[in-house]
Design a protein around this ligand. Sequence first.
Ligand code: DX5
Ligand code: ZN
Length: 214
Amino acid sequence: MDKILPSLLAGDFANLERDIDRMEAAGADMFHLDVMDGQFVPNISYGLPVIEAISKVSNIPLDVHLMTLQPDQFIEELKRMGVAMVSFHVEATHHPHRLIQKIQQNGMKAGIALNPHSSISELEYLLPDLDFVLIMTVNPGFGGQQFISQCVDKITELEGMRRAHNYQFDIEVDGGINDETAAICRREGANLFVSGSHLFKAEDPAAAISRLRG
Ligand code: DX5
Ligand code: ZN
């Protein structure tokens, strides 16, 4: 099923509860939370204490996107906060399969994020065990960037492998998602749509969310 996930990175950090309420009322399915460490990506966003505060006021599930080195150190805490889905970057750990198992053993859905330069082949032997794959359609680190169109081929390739092997993972896209780019990604097989600046800029977020559903 298609889901729309507003990225709170584009929200007003001094008024997060207001923005959470607004996006929930507009029909958001889950919140996408971007954790950046200033090492794996050249920016720092927010960390576990902010996620905990968000978890207390949000009424919809949370999807945490770890753009950090050593992502394994956060898993137990995220479970304690009731997080539903966690993704980490294949480029950020030497033992992605072990980390998938750890996330799932902690009762959460496990996803792997791929930077624009990384190939689907990196994931070939992980696909049977993954709950979702996050195809980055911008370079991670900042909201408001332009969609990188060559990443679309990776969605096509992934969808082909999913069909061929009857794998169950979802395909999430993140970065520069608006009405036009969501439609392109959906056509190739994506079903989880993260959108930050586009949704938060919208005057009528409910209409913007329903347009993103296609
Ligand atoms: C980028 C983040 C994205 C970001 C998307 O590093 O992973 O989740 O918030 O923002 P937009 O939709 O503005 O590109
Ligand atoms: Zn993200």
